[in-house]
Design a protein around this ligand. Structure first.
Ligand code: CA
Length: 410
């Protein structure tokens, strides 16, 4: 009854194939524990027939619909990925090792050299620094090298029919059909959840933010030429409030005895206040004043500390994970010949598994610290609950969900 067993029996030539005869396999949802039905090709075909009138009512021409969705394949891998996306996590330091590797920095400098005129024009038009645009490009597709090879329509149709977020993916599928109906691209491939192109836009983001920067009449994020994709990324960041010249953040050093209740995005103070509390740059200099900001400790009190400004929240519009935002920021710094992150990380700690994260939330709640539910996500409520627990036990209340904290609750 476990999906894994069915799939293990169906690995053919390295590819995962789900036998359609095993219709409606039952597997437990990793988050809720509920048993959910696993779809089939026949189920997808029936869903497409049922979806067709809705797509046509949304303005998709029948000829486009029929040509684009003919032969579209059910992809069990994207369903499994969607259900398991919380399961595997890395620590921020493991993530940054890969995301901001020396190789990615070197390739980024080459990419900027190769596209300098383009990136300068984009920076002038949109007010987003070329190193920031290049950093998004570098993280999303290794500067256009890995743009994903799954047919976007297949992924979106599969997830709209069988996923946990059917309405969301159906809207994305309609947006993808509009891209094709508008003649911007014939067919396109991307990563498992339907993000595609040089900077991995979802189709709905293409609709709202893509621009025709090279002036050929098409908003094409998928060709070899990255002009439209990079300008679209700058347009996206500008729309969400990018401030030209404001750093995403800087690495700082906290004074002895610093009040760790202050280390959260929820606390915003003028730089002069942080300075008065003894915060300095990691090199010991006075803090530069870019307006009110927050202190962040993404790896706990033994890791790096950052003073962040509103551009941090703008990058969050791409991906809300602190690790992602810090990777974009740090990579852009490196591309400007700035220093790497100076502080070490608590590399002896490992990331909690999904089961352990849920157990942590469950045990915190039972101990009287409201963790905001048992979903495995270490959101602001869980971090606040960890801090409260640490305080009650006389530990440094940095809010970091470590195995040590979990073991103390056991
Ligand atoms: Ca174009």
């Amino acid at each position: 009854m476990i999906l894994r067993r069915v799939l293990a029996a169906s690995v053919i030539g390295g590819a995962l194939v789900l036998n359609t005869a095993q219709a409606q396999t039952i597997l437990p949802d990793p988050v809720t524990g509920e048993e959910v039905k696993m779809g089939t090709q026949a189920g997808l075909d029936a869903w497409i027939a049922e979806f067709r009138p809705r797509a046509l009512a949304a303005g998709i021409p029948a000829a486009t619909f029929d040509a684009a969705l003919r032969g579209v394949e059910f992809n069990p891998k994207v369903v499994e990925r969607d259900r398991n996306q919380n399961e595997f996590t890395k620590t921020i330091w493991d993530y940054l090792d890969t995301a901001v590797s020396d190789d990615r920095v070197a390739l980024g400098r080459q990419a900027i050299d190769r596209h300098r005129a383009l990136l300068d024009r984009i920076a002038a038009d949109y007010g987003v620094e070329k190193e920031v645009v290049a950093a998004v490009w570098g993280l999303e597709s290794a500067y256009g090298t890995y743009r994903g090879d799954l047919p976007v329509l297949g992924s979106l149709a599969t997830l709209a029919y069988d996923g946990r977020r059917a309405a969301f993916f159906e809207a994305e599928l309609i947006a993808a059909l509009r891209i094709i109906a508008g003649g911007h691209v014939d067919r396109f491939a991307g990563s498992w959840a339907g993000a595609s192109g040089h900077t991995q836009f979802m189709p709905s983001s293409w609709e709202k933010f893509a621009v025709d920067f090279d002036g050929d009449g098409k908003r094409n994020l998928w060709g070899e030429d990255p002009s439209d994709a990079l300008a679209s990324t700058a347009n996206y960041l500008r729309h969400w409030g990018w401030t030209t010249g404001q750093p995403w953040g800087i690495e700082v050093r906290l004074p002895e005895g610093f009040d760790y209740d202050q280390t959260t995005e929820r606390v915003v103070k003028p730089v002069a206040d942080w300075q008065a509390m003894g915060v300095r740059t990691v090199f010991g200099a006075d803090l530069p004043d870019h307006g009110p900001g927050s202190i962040l400790l993404p790896g706990g009190h033994r890791g790096a500390a950052f003073l962040i400004w509103p551009n941090f929240q703008v990058i969050e519009r791409y991906n809300t994970a602190d690790a992602y935002v810090i990777a974009i920021g740090s990579l852009s710094d490196r591309l400007k010949d700035g220093p790497p992150i100076q502080s070490g990380w608590p590399r002896d700690l490992r990331a909690l598994t999904l089961d352990e994260r849920r157990e942590l939330q469950d045990r915190l709640t039972q101990a009287g610290f409201d963790a905001g539910g048992v979903d495995g996500r270490m959101g602001p409520k869980t971090v606040a609950a960890v801090k409260a627990f640490q305080k009650a036990r006389g530990l440094i209340p940095d809010g970091y969900p470590s195995l040590e904290v979990l073991n103390l609750l056991r």
